[in-house]
Design a protein around this ligand. Structure first.
Ligand code: FAD
Length: 484
């Protein structure tokens, strides 16, 4: 075995979170090895956010064109998947080639290693025959992979995950979507708008089950209007493929058939692959347990989906900022011979200033105002707690709701104006603790609500604000009025 190579930091997994951490630490002057077994950039640019939003942009253009009828004359729409597939191939993913992303990282001074990494004892990372000894720390940004339910027969069929759905060049005539969460609904609506006969099968009693029930209703109605069949409360029991198409049998005997089956029933971290036992960390959990500075254990940090704090690119980026600040703080302390345990940084103690700023500057993760957007049409934006979550926590809840079609802007907008703003307040504190914004610009309207929850803006102050007329976000004022 080769002698370990001594470096400052090893980052395992260069997805959104890992690439950000590795690049910024390298730019700060540390010697950083970044290890990636697949494509630098991870799921988001190649099989996630970016290509799926390109698909959605195209599908929404079709839907908007169809709304010309009754508003502005008539348009004949002939959907064609070829430009969408080409855009994903050429503009988004470089035909799933990460050369540019690797150069982006090495251009910042990082050292890139392609391969699957495992921890190999404290401070050590093994990639094949190579072993790296990290002086200042190891960052795990290994993400998640699709979680496929143990449905009888499913594993033996050529089902799709998000990867095949994003890479598709020719659309099937029909598609079964197993899973009515955000990704399932986004893709179901896209394919339906391009003429695919889509059926969504969801085990829970409503789609988008983590969001407000009113959001589930609006989203389901919108997809049905696009021709999507939605079956909720159906647990898949058996899947078969006869060489031509799929048959899915649900509990209770319901049967669904289609040319293709897309499985989008959640995602899972694969902790068992990381050698966590060699550093005394339990690999039997669903996600890596981290503290509010993303520490896993002495000398190891985690970032992104693998932490289970929210499977979103913006969470990975947010956490990356904290990890970078904390690793630099530790490195500075270690180089200065000060308390490398980090205890002092928690109390704003001994460190001087350096690349990472003062110890007091290391922020702590706070997910109270975590925003999430499902990019269906209408978009479903949400922040903080739902009404149900707030009640379960024993909060003295106050709720307000305003429907967009009865707002001035919604009425003007007409076709495609479905949506609402729902506010969840802590009546004792007089602040919002959650909000949902569904509508043509639901994700954008959400930003005001995120500020309100994040900064705990008093309800009285929100009521005194001036909301521009006639915007969709004026529904926030209407919902506040509904609350009082
Ligand atoms: C279809 C779809 C649409 C999405 N849309 C959105 C959206 O609109 N907005 C949003 O915020 N989020 C969206 N997401 C979620 C987003 O993609 C993830 O939250 C984000 O990619 C997480 O980044 P990450 O760095 O934690 O993990 P990943 O992007 O999964 O990257 C982890 C990397 O680690 C590598 N790796 C794993 N193990 C090892 C190992 N042992 N050695 C070396 N390398 C390893 C993997 O190959 C991978 O490249 C979407 C996801 C999907 C699937």
């Amino acid at each position: 075995m080769a002698d370990p190579e001594l470096v400052d930091v090893v980052v395992v997994g260069l997805g959104v979170g890992g690439e950000e951490v590795a690049g910024r630490l390298a730019e700060a002057g540390l010697s950083v090895v970044g290890v990636e077994r697949d494509l630098v950039g991870g799921e988001c640019p190649y099989w996630g956010c970016v290509p799926s939003k390109m698909m959605i942009r195209a599908a929404n253009a079709i839907a908007e064109a169809r709304r010309v009828d009754g508003l502005a004359g008539s348009v004949e729409v002939r959907p064609d998947w070829a430009p969408v597939a080409r855009r994903i191939r050429e503009e988004a993913t470089d035909t799933w080639d990460d050369t540019v992303a690797v150069q982006r990282f090495t251009g910042k001074g990082g050292r890139f290693v392609r391969g699957a990494a495992r921890l190999d004892g404290p401070g050590r990372v093994r990639v094949g025959e190579r072993v790296f000894q990290a002086r200042h720390g190891i960052v795990l940004g290994t993400g998640t992979r699709p979680s496929v339910p143990p449905v009888d027969g499913l594993a033996d069929t050529p089902y799709w995950t998000n990867r095949q759905a994003i890479e598709v060049e020719e659309l099937p005539e029909s598609l079964l979507v197993l899973g009515g969460g955000a990704i399932g609904l986004e893709l179901a609506q896209v394919f339906a708008r391009f003429g695919v006969r889509v059926t969504v099968v969801e085990a829970l009693d409503r789609v988008l089950a983590v969001e407000e029930p009113e959001a589930s209703e609006v989203a389901a109605a919108a997809l049905r209007a696009d021709g999507v069949e939605i079956h909720t409360g159906v647990r898949a029991e058996r899947v078969s493929h006869d060489g031509q198409g799929f048959t899915l049998r649900g509990a209770g005997g319901a049967e669904f058939t289609a040319d293709r089956l897309l499985v989008v029933t959640g995602r899972r971290a694969h902790l068992d692959e990381l050698g966590l036992d060699t550093v005394g960390v339990d690999a039997g959990r669903r996600y890596l347990t981290v503290d509010d500075r993303l520490h896993v254990t002495e000398g190891i940090w985690a970032v992104g989906d693998v932490t289970g704090e929210g499977a979103f690119t913006h969470v990975a980026m947010y956490q990356a900022g904290i990890v970078v600040a904390d690793v630099l703080d530790h490195a500075r302390r270690a180089d200065a011979g000060a308390d490398p345990s980090g205890t002092a940084s928690a109390t704003g103690g001994a460190a001087g200033s350096g690349a990472g700023g003062s110890a007091r500057a290391v922020p702590r993760a706070d997910y109270r105002a975590l925003p999430r957007v499902t990019f269906t049409d209408p978009e479903v934006g949400a922040v903080g707690l739902t009404e149900h979550q707030a009640r379960e926590r024993g909060v003295n809840v106050q709720v307000g709701l305003a429907r967009l079609p009865s707002s001035a802007r919604g009425w003007i907008h007409k076709a495609g104006n479905e949506g609402f703003v729902k506010l969840v307040a802590d009546a004792d504190e007089g602040v919002l603790i959650g909000a949902t914004s569904v509508g043509p610009a639901g994700g954008e309207v959400l930003s005001a609500l995120v500020v309100a929850v994040h900064a705990a803006v008093p309800l009285a102050r929100l009521r005194q604000m001036i909301y521009a007329y006639p915007t969709f976000h004026r529904a926030i004022e209407d919902a506040l009025r509904d609350m009082s």
